[in-house]
Design a protein around this ligand. Structure first.
Ligand code: FAD
Length: 388
């Protein structure tokens, strides 16, 4: 007998769940997206997916690796379908703990069959980016095999694959209510009418606090501001620009310009400049940045990459990352029967989406859980609504 599953949200997480569910013939999948596919946080993302990465801890190495292999697999199947730009990543280590972390990432990357090196020699670092300031640096990790993806492109590819396997994808369709009977979810009321479901997955990203209130759940999810500045150097960079990672900021190419953003793990949920509970519908597609973030990035560039300050800002925008207090997603069962969660992916949802989709689909269709789902249940927060 078919299992009817409703998914709220067509960002990279929601469509990944839909895609993996359609691998099971008994799944009847319906996804609702109030706007267009991949138009929420996903559209504002840098899409970096680096093997030497400080934002998804080594504890989750297999999540990083599965995501990377999955997206490059899409590219192999249909070039352009994941929008991969293989720029390589330079991860710069200014202090010892960070260096230790980067060195371990190099080992993991090599053990997984990709190329990586750790360099102490500043001359090697300067070969990648000649005008970086190497004074006081301990070294840098270099991986030539990775780079960044186009997260909206990925979302549309996965939605297309899911549709081809029978999923119903309703765009321009807002979920307005959740129907329940005997304490269990029975369906969704949407702007296009009512749908019955055996279970529902909430993948509504930064809207999740509001979405889950419809079933009486208060999710411990805050918004952190991800402020992006697109810099056009006054003199064109005469070298291929890789993903560049420092502990406090990161950058990548954006055509001939540079995309730069404060690092996600530097955000403080108790700082009202960084975090709050805001209305994602009030966010404009571009603009709306705060002077604070530009001042922060100016100081970082002054120290590490002064040449980039000789640029004009040609675009800027703000995205809200959905962050639980431990900066890790909330996955699987909630305390409301039939209401599952795939929320709180924060600054790493592109990397995490394939594993979330794969593991949740397996759990929904077979009842088999995974280490990842067991590690990140909603129950870890049930007794507290406190911030970090
Ligand atoms: C500036 C920035 C840079 C980033 N860089 C990276 C990066 O380099 N690597 C990385 O892995 N991650 C990065 N991230 C994080 C990543 O983009 C997010 O974690 C990811 O996009 C979250 O996906 P999602 O599907 O959970 O949310 P979203 O993409 O926000 O999708 C949720 C969807 O739900 C829909 N929705 C909400 N309510 C309803 C409703 N009631 N009915 C129907 N639909 C509804 C919304 O319209 C939206 O499309 C970055 C984020 C930002 C903002």
């Amino acid at each position: 007998m078919k299992k009817k599953i409703g998914i709220i949200g067509g960002g990279v997480i929601g469509v990944s769940i839909a895609h993996f569910l359609t691998q099971y013939p008994e799944a009847e999948v319906t996804l609702f997206e109030k706007n267009t596919i991949g138009s929420g946080t996903t559209a504002k993302s840098a899409g970096t997916h680096c093997l030497i990465d400080d934002s998804v801890a080594h504890e989750f190495w297999d999540v990083r690796l599965f995501g990377f292999n999955f997206y490059t697999g899409l590219e192999k199947m249909a070039p352009g379908s994941a929008g991969f730009e293989k720029t390589g990543t330079l991860t710069v280590a200014p202090y010892k703990d960070y260096e230790t972390y980067v060195m371990k990432a190099v080992s993991l990357t090599l053990a997984s069959g990709y190329q990586a090196e750790y360099w102490h020699d500043p001359a090697k670092i300067l070969k990648v980016i000649p005008d970086i300031n190497v004074d006081g640096l301990l070294g840098a990790g270099w991986c030539p095999d990775d780079g960044f993806f186009d997260a909206t492109m990925i979302s549309n590819t996965l939605a297309k694959l899911a549709r081809e396997k029978g999923a119903q994808i309703h765009i321009g369709t807002k979920v307005e209510g959740v129907t329940m009977s005997g304490g269990k979810v029975t369906g969704l009321d949407t702007s296009k009418g009512h749908f019955d479901f055996d279970l529902v997955v909430d993948a509504s990203g930064p809207w999740a606090r509001y979405t889950a209130r419809q079933v009486g759940l208060e999710l411990p999810i805050w918004h952190t501001k991800a402020e992006v500045f697109i810099l056009e150097p006054s003199e064109k960079l005469a070298y291929p620009f890789p993903v560049l990672k420092y502990p406090r900021f990161y950058a990548r190419k954006d055509k001939d310009c540079v995309f730069i953003c404060k690092a996600h793990l530097t955000m403080d949920l108790n700082d009202p400049m960084h975090a709050g509970i805001w209305d994602p519908d009030a966010l404009p597609m571009t603009g709306g940045t705060d002077a604070y973030f530009w001042e922060f990035l100016t100081e970082e560039l002054m120290q590490h990459y002064p040449r980039l300050l000789d640029s004009s800002i040609v675009n800027e925008w703000v995205g809200y990352r959905a962050e639980p207090p431990d900066f890790l997603p909330i996955l699987g069962e909630s305390s409301v029967p039939g209401y599952l969660l795939a929320v709180g992916a924060g600054g790493n949802g592109v990397i995490e989406a394939p594993t979330i989709g794969r593991d949740l689909a397996q759990y929904i269709m077979t009842g088999d859980t995974s280490w990842y789902l067991e590690r990140l249940p909603f129950s870890r927060f049930e007794k507290t609504d406190a911030k970090a």
